[in-house]
Design a protein around this ligand. Structure first.
Ligand SMILES: NC(=O)c1ccc[n+]([C@@H]2O[C@H](COP(=O)([O-])OP(=O)(O)OC[C@H]3O[C@@H](n4cnc5c(N)ncnc54)[C@H](OP(=O)(O)O)[C@@H]3O)[C@@H](O)[C@H]2O)c1
Length: 271
């Protein structure tokens, strides 16, 4: 894929944060961008917004069909829509866990399945899945969030191999902490509050998580990485983005003895 000419781009979750930054940057660079939101408000400048709830098959189908009807193709998809669930795993209900996976993992799967037939028919396409450092490292009190992103990492590795023969490329972008509304939009497991044996440790870890997010990298660092991928002939499987110490985390995990790495992580989160 060559990013010099105008591409038709679909960015999920473009009402806020990373998705909004991607939609703004890619449209400013001459690409035709369709952003999505469950409740699109005013039409932003430079790109169009479509209604899309990634947890609903019909909603995904409708949004992708709209782009195909208007433009005839989807060249690039940025699977970005997502949210963060927090709480001890024991305090998280199955229903809450399923909701997390339904958005962060099955949402991406739904969108991929909707765009792949068209990409295959044309013999080209780029899918960028927004993962997280939490997709490389299991983070305490963000276990279901990490699980959703680990699942996304596995799906992406497999999908890349299956669709390469059709000229379709798939990559993961793994942001570290980024300053967005993800902090205020975080969903707390209902069991995490009253009477949980984990409450004190959870609240202490959450304060650290939120502080790091509020001091996180600017959304444009992620958007620039996505734009850069669109200029590549071949994309690699994963691209870590954000503060250097966080970008090195996955490498640190790979080289340190697992016990040492875990101790460092636990002490960081006050465990
Ligand atoms: N910020 C970070 O530190 C960070 C770090 C690593 C990875 N990420 C990942 O980056 C992505 C974007 O997060 P963000 O930080 O930009 O958060 P954000 O500011 O809260 O934005 C989340 C976006 O996702 C959309 N969304 C949520 N649930 C949805 C659903 N069911 N269907 C469709 N859209 C949905 C929201 O749109 P509506 O509410 O308008 O529908 C919103 O546009 C997520 O996948 C997140 O896991 C973020």
């Amino acid at each position: 894929m060559n990013g010099t000419e105008g591409k038709i781009v679909l960015v999920t979750g473009a009402s806020s944060g990373i998705g909004q930054a991607c939609a703004e940057l890619l449209s400013a660079r001459g690409h035709t961008v369709y952003g999505t939101s469950r409740k699109p408000a005013a039409e932003p400048q430079g790109y169009r917004m479509l209604e899309l709830d990634v947890t609903r098959d019909d909603s995904v189908r409708r949004a992708v069909d709209t782009v195909l009807e208007r433009e005839g193709r989807v060249d690039v998809v940025v699977n970005n829509a997502g949210f963060a669930l927090a709480g001890a795993i024991e305090d998280t209900s199955l229903e809450e866990a399923q909701r997390q996976l339904d958005t962060n993992f099955f949402g991406v799967l739904r969108v991929c399945k909707a765009v792949l037939p068209g990409m295959r028919a044309r013999g080209s396409g780029l899918i960028v899945n927004v993962s997280s450092l939490g997709g490389m490292v299991g983070l305490p009190f963000q276990g279901l969030y990490s699980a959703s992103k680990f699942a996304l990492e596995g799906l992406t590795e497999s999908l890349r191999q299956e669709v390469a023969a059709f000229g379709i490329q798939v990559a993961l972008v793994q942001p570290g902490d980024v300053r967005t509304a993800i902090t205020d939009n975080r969903v707390r497991a209902r069991g995490a509050d009253s009477g949980s044996v984990y409450q004190e440790a959870f609240e202490a870890a959450l304060r650290i998580i939120e502080k790091e997010e509020r001091a996180g990298a600017h959304v444009d660092t992620v958007a620039r990485q996505v734009l850069e991928l669109m200029t590549r002939k071949q994309v690699a499987v994963r691209y870590a983005v954000g503060h250097l110490s966080q970008r090195l985390l996955a490498g640190t995990k790979a080289v340190l003895p697992s016990r040492v790495f875990e101790r460092i992580l636990m002490s960081y989160y006050g465990l």
